[in-house]
Design a protein around this ligand. Structure first.
Ligand code: ZN
Ligand code: ZN
Length: 465
């Protein structure tokens, strides 16, 4: 009697905190997902899409005409692949465009350096700035330095990034890219140079946005650029052995007050619970230096091809609606992600689960969840076939990808199909991010994994909050 009252109480509790009683995935669903994934291992659509996007559109800087052409490209592809409700949802944003970028050591051993402007940097003016270089081992050291050591000098922040499989070195190293120009400005610096945020030893620099805001702020920092790793080494050698190392830097980027970007959306309408959304995303914009093949042409190819395999296998649709979102303006501060979350604010409770592919074309090695505390085992069920493909179960700390930030903050459950990122930051935001870096077999492995996730999530009767 006593025990059964406890059980009844527990049941009441469970019913009150979850929208429905847990519905484990049936063996039939898992078997079908496994079969579809097996077929998708031979996928060539994803590679064809990345090839087309990077060749026919090329670089796709947010808010520019090239990004607009990418949206037209996406609409045409999604329609021709048979998706429903294909549309562009535009939004406005300030637009930053790169200009000339040049740097040279003027003393004691004059010679050119390879640099690239950081996204959002102000210009030096056509004559550039010239001054003595003061180096700091890290952003923290710069922040702790008295202004007198920085004023009227060119700051060099020489922090290296650690190579890791999961990319965790990036979130540490990126702080200097985001903030050094503003910390330097506070202390009266002329300009800021950072060692590139990346792991390549090649002689090109890695760009990237300085901070994740979209409004042109009152505090715009000083001109800021990244040095290639070998050039950072060269500068460091001179600084170690000589006083009075001087440098000239010219940057002429332009900040335009208003431009247009947009998210491209396509759907496979749900057959039974059409109001319930399984969202799979990637971002359509890229930096301007390369052709945005691994960042994030690969993600676009992966999610579009995976959703298309599911559509081809189940033309009448799955239980839930599958929504493909190709975000605009990710690189310059998740502007498209914010626009989406705002536009669909009232529908976010019906977003059952979401994820973005934005980590290159490496194979998936782990399946993470970012779901309600009692829902981890159920959400790991959506990775059943992905584990058959060789991935390990991960943690419940998934972010779901950069463009999932606002959805996650609004309580939308996410998963992370974690890709091997060992080489990703060799290419990231550089002129070397081009199609030849993508291995078609690895890309197809991703497609297979996403096919199984989409199929299971959209046919599941379970919830993950
Ligand atoms: Zn990206
Ligand atoms: Zn990026």
């Amino acid at each position: 009697m006593f025990v059964s009252r406890i059980v009844a109480g527990l049941l009441l509790f469970v019913v009150s905190v979850t929208p429905s009683v847990a519905q484990p995935l049936s063996p039939q669903l898992v078997a079908r997902a496994s079969q579809l994934a097996e077929e998708a291992l031979a996928d060539t659509l994803a590679y064809g899409l990345v090839e087309s996007l990077t060749t026919e559109v090329g670089p796709r800087l947010a808010g520019t005409g090239s990004e607009a052409r990418a949206r037209q490209w996406a609409v045409a592809k999604l329609k021709s692949l048979g998706f429903d409700n294909v549309r562009i949802e535009p939004f406005e944003l300030p637009v930053w465009v790169r200009g000339l970028e040049r740097a040279e050591i003027t003393a004691p051993f004059p010679q050119p350096l390879v640099i690239t402007a950081l996204g959002g940097s102000v210009a030096t003016g056509p004559g550039g700035v010239e001054g003595e270089v003061v180096a700091f081992a890290s952003l923290e050291d710069l922040a702790d330095a008295p202004a007198s050591t920085v004023r009227d000098r060119i700051v060099f922040v020489d922090e290296t990034m650690t190579r890791t499989q999961d990319g965790s070195g990036y979130s540490v190293a990126v702080a200097k890219r985001q903030k050094a120009a503003f910390v330097g400005a506070d202390k009266g610096a002329l300009a800021v140079l950072i060692r590139s945020v990346g792991t390549s030893g090649h002689r090109f620099a890695h760009t990237g946005q300085m901070r994740r805001v979209t409004e042109p702020g009152t505090d715009r920092g000083v001109p800021a650029a990244a040095l290639s790793a070998p050039d950072a080494d060269q500068l460091q050698r001179m600084l170690k052995t000589h006083d009075g190392v001087r440098l000239r830097m010219v940057l002429t980027p332009e900040q335009r007050p208003a431009g247009v970007s947009g998210n491209v959306i396509a759907e496979i309408p749900g057959a039974e619970a059409a109001e319930e959304i399984v969202l799979v995303g990637a971002h359509l914009d890229s930096w301007d230096l390369g052709t945005g093949a691994v960042d994030d042409g690969a993600g676009v190819g992966i999610v579009v091809a995976a959703a298309h395999h599911v559509l081809a296998a189940e033309p009448a649709g799955l239980r839930r609606t599958v929504r493909v979102v190709l975000f605009g303006a990710e690189e310059v501060g998740l502007v498209g992600a914010k626009a989406y979350a705002g536009h669909y604010a009232s529908a976010l409770p019906q977003h059952i689960i979401a994820s973005e592919s934005d980590f290159g074309a490496g194979r998936i090695w782990r399946f993470d969840t970012g779901v309600g505390p009692g829902r981890v085992a159920a959400a790991q069920g959506l990775g059943t076939v992905i584990r058959q493909l060789g991935a390990a179960p991960g943690t419940n700390t998934a972010t779901g990808g950069p463009d999932m930030k606002y959805l996650r903050e609004a309580g939308v459950p996410v998963v992370g199909l974690k890709q091997n990122g060992w080489d990703y930051f060799d290419l990231h935001h550089t002129p070397n991010d081009t199609l030849d870096k993508i291995n078609p077999d690895d890309l197809a492995h991703n497609v297979a994994a996403w096919v199984s996730f989409i199929y299971l999530a959209a046919n599941s009767e379970d919830y993950y909050r």
